[in-house]
Ligand binder design. Sequence first.
Ligand SMILES: [Zn+2]
Length: 335
Amino acid sequence: MTDLHHTLLTLDSHIDIPWPDRQDAWTEDTARQVNVPKAIRGGMRAVCLAAYIPQSSRDESGHVEAWERVQAMLDVICEMGGHHNGQGARVCRSASDVRAAYKKGDLAVIPAIENGHALGGRPERIVDLAQRYGVRYMTLTHNGHNVLADAAIPRKDLADEETLHGGLSALGRDTIAAMNRSGVLVDVSHASKSTMMQASGISTTPVFASHSCARALCDHPRNLDDEQLDRLKDTGGLIQVTAMGSFLKKGGGGTVEDLVRHVSYIAERIGIEHVGISSDFDGGGGIPGWKDATETVNVTRALVAAGFTDSEIAAIWGGNMLRLLEQAEKAAEAT
Ligand SMILES: [Zn+2]
């Protein structure tokens, strides 16, 4: 079993980085749930690291601040490439880069953005960030509506009503077109249902949810309901079940077994090719059985115990996400 785990290209599709940066990505003995030594020790082979932009005011000052912060965070993520004490990390721009890093035994780092607020209301900036940093996905929102789209969880402290745009704004639609052209996946985690349904209708590359769970099993606004899951199936999208106790079990307290219960439910409803895994480590994630990157083998154990075959586990653990990244790359080349 441990043998199987260490043959897998395990890809965790959502991890935050501490901010402000503490320059501790290579130091094993810190409170961080994921750093290079912990990931390598735990057999976590590829990580999507998110530059997380908190939602702030939807005006010029909020937009200037967000644009500066996203570049500073992506600078830090992209500086992680290199070798220290016999361990390596490689910043990856493509699925083939990820496979090459895996073959060498290096940790694959895939840059991502959490919250389209980062663009400061200028859709074309995603093209620039994709070119400069190799950004591969961006959530349209965080908690709180932004100028692109409505969020699943409005922010009363920012004077949010239940809805601002009724889903996507015109700017949000332009942003999705720019993301499609640049090979940046449209991430609908944190987006409202109307935003998600509209985005899946206009995006030329299937949308995905980098860190969400199944609402049928746990009624939380951050989870996707059956209609949304069916839409992912119809459009070729993907949902990456996440290790957030309160999304896994009503009232909280979800465990690694609950995480696999969500994976099984989604696989049965829409097919194994539409489901994967994420931790949301260093962003609030972490559950009994998978509290940091060093315990990643327990997820594989629970998948085996739930009856998945080795090839199914390989698809869930990264194959599906790599396929989607490749699809986005091909679509970008074709434009
Ligand atoms: Zn999040």
